[in-house]
Write a protein that binds this ligand. Structure first.
Ligand code: SF4
Length: 410
């Protein structure tokens, strides 16, 4: 059954949590220490203002400059005139019976993206979006079927983290450090929004930002090889690669960017990236299992052979169906066989448990609503109708809403 038709109990809350955008003011939320330093220099202020203001914004979650009590009145007045701290607006929140939360977040161009929080014991992983839609069109991904609309700004990416931390503090104050891990596995291909994602990663890891360690922040890519080399030059954030197939022939079908950057090139780029990470680090390989497509014993053998020289852990993800995908999830029996083969060949594996399925927050189910610049969304809907496939509404017909595969690795 498609998760969209599930009738398991969930909680929906219409909510609005941000100020209206102001075109004339500069949003300080997405500014790194360096950029904020330049900003204060232009205002004729001393460098220590950077620390003060960043702590207010990211540690204390303060939005109003008048509440930043260690700033002079003159500076507060200046900031009120020319600057603001603005998160993207939350238009809908859903809470799954398993505690997973999903927020529908409205961004600058009026579209919406999705942000998902998955509690796991003391740990909590936040899955954030980097683009409105995605241009890469992986065949098993509902986001890919929606087309592409826009890149998110650094403030819109970081704003998802700030919003989630604040929201969890308000509703679950007993949770200590609710967001322990952040993964860029929501909607979009992060490396195609390179500069904004890199700036957001630095802010999330910065002690004056959210102070989350590089081992707990993961950027996921479908394999944009040149950007992977570029990332290695500027960051040592953890990396996940959405592989999903062990051969070019199959991967060309499932992950079309493979036609441009085939597996051999991708593996070389992974080794290069890994070399810059230092000891005891590994890459996460994501592998979504679909019945009869990529779940056969020979695929497991090919996968083990392909990855034998790469320091990695393999994340096996049973496919989460969506309307018109044309795929079925792996059977329990095939999953077990696949796992056993990898295990015997010495691979490190994890199987991702589906979370938040009842609120369409599971891996590959995130969908937004936006003006698709590629026209793919309309073609997908026409195909569903032509094939008389039950056309379900886009997940959020009410306000606005977007999509990418997601985990939340350790
Ligand atoms: S799996 Fe990720 S890269 Fe592929 S279409 Fe979905 S969002 Fe884009």
């Amino acid at each position: 059954m498609s998760s969209s038709t599930s009738n398991t109990p969930t909680t929906d809350m219409d909510t609005t949590t941000s100020a209206q955008p102001s075109k004339s003011r500069i949003n300080l939320l997405g500014m790194s220490q360096d950029k904020l330093g330049e900003f204060f220099k232009e205002l004729g202020e001393k460098p220590f203002r950077v620390q003060q203001v960043m702590k207010w914004i990211h540690h204390e979650g303060v939005q109003n400059f008048d509440e930043m009590t260690n700033l002079s009145k003159v500076l507060r007045a200046k900031l009120n005139e020319c600057a603001e701290v603005r998160e993207p607006e939350v238009t809908l929140e859903k809470i799954s019976k398993d505690g997973t939360r999903k927020w529908l977040v409205k961004v600058e161009n009026g579209s919406c993206v999705e942000t998902v929080f998955i509690p796991q014991g003391k740990r909590g992983t936040l899955c954030i979006s980097s683009q409105v839609g995605c241009a890469l069109d992986c065949s098993f991904c509902s986001t890919g079927k929606q087309g592409f609309s826009a890149n998110l700004s650094t403030a819109e990416i970081v704003g998802q983290v700030r919003m989630a931390i604040r929201s969890l503090k308000e509703t679950e104050p007993e949770r200590q450090r609710a967001v322990s891990n952040v993964v860029f596995m929501g909607m979009g291909e992060p490396l195609l929004n390179f500069d904004n994602v890199v700036d957001a990663v630095s802010l999330i890891m910065d002690d004056l930002g959210y102070g989350i360690s590089k081992r707990r922040v993961t950027v996921s890519t479908a394999g944009v090889v040149p950007a992977l080399y570029k990332l290695a030059e500027v960051s040592d954030v953890s990396l996940a690669v959405s592989l999903h197939a062990p051969t070019d022939e199959l991967r060309n079908e499932l992950v079309p960017i493979n036609r441009k950057y085939p597996i051999e090139q991708l593996m070389e780029a992974c080794q290069h990236y890994l070399a810059g990470l230092g000891e005891h680090r590994a890459i996460t390989i994501e592998y979504t299992l679909m019945d009869g497509i990529n779940d056969k014993p020979e695929h497991a053998c090919q996968l083990a052979e392909l990855l034998k020289d790469l320091e990695c852990k393999i994340n096996l993800i049973p496919f989460n169906p969506f309307p018109g995908s044309g795929y079925k999830t792996v059977t329990d029996e095939n999953l077990e066989t696949f796992q056993r083969i990898l295990y015997k060949k010495g691979c490190r594996i994890m199987v991702r448990t589906t979370r938040g399925e009842d609120i369409d927050a599971a891996c590959g189910q995130l969908v937004g609503k936006f003006n698709d610049r590629t026209g793919r969304s309309a073609r997908h809907q026409r195909r569903l109708e032509a094939n008389k496939i039950n056309v379900l509404p886009l997940k959020h017909e009410a306000p606005n809403s977007p999509v990418h595969s997601s985990e939340r690795p350790s």
